[in-house]
Design a protein around this ligand. Structure first.
Ligand code: NAD
Ligand code: TDX
Length: 340
């Protein structure tokens, strides 16, 4: 089995590659990644010499490059993680989100049609369903919940999802889609809530909480998401969407306080800042379908996963300090200086 994993130098893609190389010693994994600001070869350094792994730097929206890669590698499957993934950046500059997330998906699927494929899997997000009210804990996103997006990021992911389903219906392309809730774990880029709060707390810098910190996210340990994708690409039904989430809803302020407690830092570091524009209130996934059909369960408890994550950031300071000491500083100033 030969699998092209796009976006494999990013957070979830790299964790997926480690998971697959470990679980399937006879599979070949090919990583295609453009190495944007979010991609990091340092993450993949331990597997660069693995004979079952190869890395190509390229843009999923570059048709000639993608066609050449398919022609030479003849993959059996594609798992598409490559995306612009940060909501705040999409509010600043939507264009690249449409190009990578929608047109990139189209280019990959056209190559799948041209060269043949056993499965094209699209890694999507719960954000395509929009948000849920804070005062209705009984409501959850199911696969039937209508698409209803809030940000340029989520709109681009929803556009890609619709295109994937259209390629199945129109061309019979063997596709599947997973829509997962917020992931956390090792190699999470420091612009996102959990690693940003860990990094700032360790530096005794203010922790910028948007609005009142009451927005709710449904957190899932990254490895558990990887296992769900593994099950879907092997046993999931073609043409289907699977929601992935761990029934683990937390308000942002709870997460921030948990991190401060774990690092023994004072709550006085918490700084409430201007809210995100269009900020989704609450995400919550109903994972009944994947549990019933594929036997998937969110095994890792949040208390264990967050401890493992904080320990990882403490033991791998080089990885994230290299990032936050580079170009990231300009981003941070742009995003937070006016806000705090
Ligand atoms: P990330 O930003 O950490 O990584 C994205 C990777 O894609 C990077 O390595 C980057 O270099 C690469 N990339 C970007 N544009 C590219 C292009 N044009 N061609 C090739 N490579 C390109 O993202 P992530 O958090 O790992 O998310 C991965 C996928 O999972 C995304 O599709 C995202 O929408 C989805 N997702 C993320 C979460 C989450 O909580 N992080 C939850 C649900 C779904
Ligand atoms: O500095 C911050 N302060 C803050 O209060 C940041 C970066 C975030 N937040 C809030 C905004 C959200 O309510 O924390 C929550 C989580 O924010 P992010 O980490 O930016 O994630 P989110 O916007 O929920 O989107 C994530 O989950 C779904 C991923 O980034 C997406 O790629 C995925 O699709």
């Amino acid at each position: 089995m030969k699998i092209i994993v796009t976006g494999g130098a990013g957070f979830i893609g790299s964790n997926f590659i480690f998971y697959m190389l470990n679980k399937y010693p006879d599979y070949k994994i090919i990583c295609l990644d453009m190495l944007t600001y979010a991609g990091n070869l340092e993450t993949l350094k331990d597997i660069m010499d693995n004979e079952n792994f190869s890395f190509y730097r390229g843009d999923i929206a570059d048709k000639e490059f993608v066609d050449n890669l398919f022609e030479s590698e003849k993959p059996d499957m594609v798992v598409n993680f490559a995306a612009e993934s940060h909501v705040d950046r999409s509010i600043e500059d939507p264009g690249i989100f449409l190009k990578t997330n929608i047109l990139g998906t189209q280019v990959l699927m056209d190559a799948c049609r041209k060269y043949g494929i056993k499965r094209y899997h699209q890694v999507s997000t719960d954000e395509v369903y929009g948000d849920l009210p804070l005062d209705r804990p009984d409501l959850l996103f199911t696969e039937e919940t209508p698409i209803h997006t809030s940000s340029p990021y989520s709109s681009s992911k929803a556009g890609a999802d619709l295109l994937v389903l259209a390629y199945h219906r129109t061309y019979g392309l063997p596709v599947s889609i997973s829509r997962c809730s917020n992931n956390y774990g090792p190699y999470h880029f420091p612009e996102k809530l959990i690693p940003l709060m860990i990094a700032n707390a360790l530096a005794d810098k203010p922790l910028p909480v948007y609005g009142e910190g009451l927005n709710v996210r449904d957190w899932l340990y990254v490895e558990v998401h990887c296992r769900a994708i593994d099950l879907i690409i092997h046993n999931g039904k073609v043409g289907e969407v699977y929601n992935v989430g761990g029934h683990n809803e937390k308000a942002n302020i709870e997460i921030v306080k948990m991190i401060l407690d774990a690092l023994e830092k004072p709550y006085s570091l918490i700084t409430y800042v201007a809210d995100r524009k269009g900020h989704d209130l609450r995400y919550a996934i109903d994972p009944t379908k994947i549990s019933n059909e594929l036997g998937w369960l969110p095994e890792t408890k949040f208390e264990d996963g967050i401890k493992r994550t904080i320990d990882w950031y403490l033991s791998n300071k080089n990885w994230w300090e290299n990032i936050i000491n580079g170009e990231y500083q300009n981003y941070y100033k742009r995003m937070y200086e006016e806000r705090v």
